[in-house]
Design a protein around this ligand. Sequence first.
Ligand code: PAD
Ligand code: ZN
Length: 376
Amino acid sequence: MDTTGKVIKCKAAVLWGPHQPLMIEEIEVAPPKAHEVRIKMVATGICRSDDHIIEGFLKTSKYPVILGHEGAGIVESVGSGVTCVKPGDKVIPLFLPYCGECRGCTEPKSNFCRKSDIGKNTGLLSDHTSRFTCKGKLIHNFICTSTFTEYTVVEETSVVKIHDDAPLDKVCLVGCGFTTGYGSAVNLAKVEPGTTCAVFGLGGIGLSVIIGCKVAGASKIIAIDTNSTKFEKAKELGATECINPKDYDNPIHEVIQQMTEGGVHYSFECIGNTDVMVSALLSSHVSCGTAVIVGVAPSVSILSFSPRLLLPGRTLKSALFGGFKSKKCVPELVTDLIAGRFNVDSLLSHKLPFKEINKGFDLLRKGESIRTVLEF
Ligand code: PAD
Ligand code: ZN
């Protein structure tokens, strides 16, 4: 049945308010307006950032909302004026949009498009409406994507066509986790061959940072996590040493400084914990080290440290999505994955049917999963 131009009724995971389980509801998805694209989701990954909203740590959303920002699907229909994709195309929604016109898009060193809803937190599309309703209520959109639904509508600036041969259950990780971590190493830090690295937090993000450090030719990659069960995968992906802060009496930055003659060239915080952000800064060499903040800290938190930590020459930096311009890098990384340049198989720890989404979040909270991919 041709659904073009019609309202689609389908299943979605709705978060009605913080600290609640996601509810699988029947929702209505309106047809795409001009410059919008309706996508039939095929696979979506569970990221810690979604959990931060459920737990109420991040105020990046309005409730009720359909979360999810790491997914892949097939275009069902397009609104007028859309030229970048057509029905039937395999696509990845982009939580960090690319309009190609704003300062964030045109500056070579930036990737933060003005169309992003991160920081604005409207939970709506650009025309201040949503395409989702449930039980007569408006359901908000989440950071330009909302992938925890059988159908979603995004703006053309928030979607990109990928290779026809792409396995969607794997490449959905390119929509967030893999690209954020990998890009933080190769694009944001620009790790050079022979340098030393420390990666704090070995979830989907941290393990992808390790993949990037290895590809870049780092000679030493120290992986740090309070959950030692994460070490096996970290080693498999390229960590040269794995350490658990709980096994040491002295602060972990001192341990790392001792292991690296005064500190690493590059350290990465992939947890979202401000204390660990300071540890990562202290673990980087005092005059030639760079600390990269990848993790997203709770909305109310403040990072505090003495400016003297930076004065001798340390660098502190951060960016979303590995600093990559989303429309350009996502299709390239997908093509690289198909060509076997990287392997995301070891990040993909669990697969579940979409309706078991709450089980997927439980696995993440218990520290048992890296990435759970939900299939529709
Ligand atoms: P995850 O929860 O799967 O991994 C975090 C890891 O950190 C786990 O293995 C924990 O055991 C470990 N950990 C927790 N506390 C500590 C500690 N004090 N010391 C050492 N290890 C610890 O999360 P993830 O990999 O999905 O995401 C990591 C962060 O990155 C999270 O804050 C998320 O919101 C953020 C993120 N950022 C972007 C971006 O664009 N910057 C994108 C997606 C996710
Ligand atoms: Zn832009």
